[in-house]
Each structure stands twice: as C-alpha cells, then as structure tokens.
Design a binder for this molecule. Sequence first.
Ligand code: MG
Length: 454
Amino acid sequence: MEVFGSSGTRGVVNETVTPEFLLRVATAAGTVWRADRVAVGRDTRKTGRMLADAAASGLASVGADVDRLGVVPTPGLQAYAESEGVPALMITASHNPPEFNGMKLFGADGVELSVGELERVEETLLAERTETVPWHATGDARRVEGARRRYTEALHAAVDGERIADADLTVAVDPGHGAGALTNPEFFRELGCRVVTVNAQPDGHFPGRDPEPIPENLGDLGRLVAATDADLGVAHDGDADRAIFYDERGEYIEGDATFAALAAAELEAGDTTVSAVNVSQRLVDVVEAAGASLELTPIGSTNIISRIRELRAEGASVPVAGEGNGGVFFPNYRLARDGAYIAARFLELIADRPASEVVAPYDDYYNVRRNIEYDGDAERRAMLSAAEARAADADAELNATDGYRLDYGDAWVLARPSGTEPLVRIYAEARDQRRAAKLADGMAERLEDAKTGV
Ligand code: MG
C-alpha cells in the first residue's frame, strides 16, 4: 500500500498530512462504505479540529451524515462505532510527536479496517473513483454529547470493580496530555482508587512530555509514584489505546513483562494467543506453562486482529493477544486495544500483591539487538538467503512469517529487514545474557559473510 501503513495514515501536518489529503481519504472511505452515517473523533492534537473538519466535509460530500464526537480516546470511538453500527474515522497520530497527525479507520463493528479493506479505500483514492452526491443529498453533521461517558460506563460493566475497590489502591496516572486525560483519571477514581496525576490536562502542545509512553518520556510518572506512595503508575499514548506501567517502587515495567503477566492470568489449557514474530520469550514461556498455543503474525496490530478473527471463526478460544508495546487485546471484551481496559485488568492483578511481585517471574530476560546495513538489493537478498540457510541448519523451529525467526525453546533469534531503512535487524532473547548475545552474533556473522560475498 502506498497511502496507508498497517493502521491508517500518518505524517507531519501540512507537509504530508494536509486537510486536503485527509478530505480525499475520507471521501474515498465514504465512497467504499456507502454508509448513511459515519462517526468522527480526534485526540488532543493542535491540528485535530482542522483535520476532523476536513474529514467530515469529505464524508458529507459523498452523502454521509457525520457524528462529531470531539476529543475521545480511540477505543472510545471504536465502542461508539460498534454500539451504533456505523464506521468511524479517528484523527490521531497515536504515539508520534506533536507535529504529526493522521487518520485511523474503523468498520461498523468498531474494529480497525483489515489490510484488504484499506487497499479498497486506497484504490478508490488513487483512481479518483469517489462518488460525490448532488447538493440536496449531502450529509449533515451533528455534535454527539456524552460519547466519553458512554465509553467509561461500558468499561465499568466489563471489569471487576469490587475487587479493585476493595484493594484501596493509589494510582498515578500520566495520560500525556492526550485523549485519555478526559476519561481515564475519572474512570480509575470511579473504580475506587485514589488517583494522582501528571500531564493530565489535554494540551495539543504536549508541554510535559511527548505522546510516546517510553521510559525517556516518563520520568515524572516514576517520581510521582514514589512521592505519593502509589501502588501503580499508568501511562498512555496520545489516543489512549495503549497502557504502560510503573511498579510501586517507581520503576518502569517492560511492556513484554506486563503482557506476560496479563496473559498468564488469562490463558487456560487449550487456549490460543496471538502475537507478532518479535514476541518475547516471556510470552512463549507463559503459553507453554498454561498448556496453550501461540500463533505468530507479521509485525503490526492489523495482522494480529486478522489472525484473531480467523482463529475465532475456526472455533478457537483467544482470550488475550497483542504485543509488548502496551497494546494488549482482550478479544472477549472487544477486538480493540484499550488503554483504560488494559490498566483495569492490571489493577485486578495487583489487588492482592504488589506490582513488582506480579511481574517478578518475567524480570530476568535479556534482549540483544544488532543492525546490519546493506547497500542495494543484491546485498539484501544475499543476507536474507543466509538467514534462511542458517534457519535450515539450526536445531530450532523456524517461523518465516515476517523475516526468519528461530525458536530454540528457551531462546530465539529473528532476522528481519527494516520496513523503512536499508537494514536487516537482528533480535535475540534468552534468560541468559551470553546466550542471547551468542545467538545474535551467530546470525550477524552469517549475514555479514553473505554480504561480503556479493
Ligand atoms: Mg495509540
């Protein structure tokens, strides 16, 4: 796809993402959907209203009435789309810096469009096959009040509020000035937690921190947890579909460890879980201990969603899935990543023991990364053939879904070309740092040799 990445389109505003461009994308989506009504939401970015106005105009021009939800977390817009049975457009750049914005697209079931559906929208856009209607048939817009409230009420209905309330927890929340600022501190308070906040005013300039919830941006949250004696720190990205945690000591918890802990609590024998080919050994170990099975997809949440849908159609039970970046799915709740829901499920886990204990079994894992540059397609191909050859003579299970992943049972190594740079990335993980380094170095050596031979 030229226009869309795996989850919509994003870029720097008025460089690649202009009002004109999003108007055309919305017009194309409206043409493909042929829907009477479409919902539009946005995160807190400075450019959100401008771009939402453009998208709404495009939709109206093809005859769709537009429900304007204003600022709402992405999972809140998805909940609205599902309950109203209307497709939806979200103006957001998720975790990207303030100057970025973009659009995510959702079907009338509230689920992200599949790659195939995005391709149809893209074809319509590029071939300029949009179908505008006569003046009297253009759509109307209406402002929808209370979408955020409806979202948090649905959340309350889906979590064990009594268990959380009984635990008398203090939660430090850092919504990062994003859309979660308008819903999540209140949601945790209503769950019976004492809530303290930082960066909790919605502000499209993101004065306190950038929207990406990574440790470099979350020093204030760690300090707030320590200063207030909180039981947990919770951070969200700009559209609040992900959640990252700090333990009661004010220490960052790896997203992979959180995912493993949530999965361990959820998986039973015979269940299936889905993650991407760079999945942590932590999850591999949890899946094995539970007697469940693990399916790996190419990297990107759209691929994970498609696989969950296929598995469920085949009758499989998939209670939990996702990636170690704070984006965990609980498909029995909703086929959407939801930062508030992920956090509430984690609060259930810390109701009777500290967060550091909950994730302790997933602490001692070591990750090693190597990048090998290539110059031109011949070098790239030689390196990938070498990775394939290594897979053939290694005593490991091969997964060639997206690059080459070799699973050794207790450790793994993956060689995968970067989607954006002339690099093959090598990832390795083990419970022993030397073993992880050895696996990464062994793969790197083979690839370097192959490159030299070109
Ligand atoms: Mg996001």
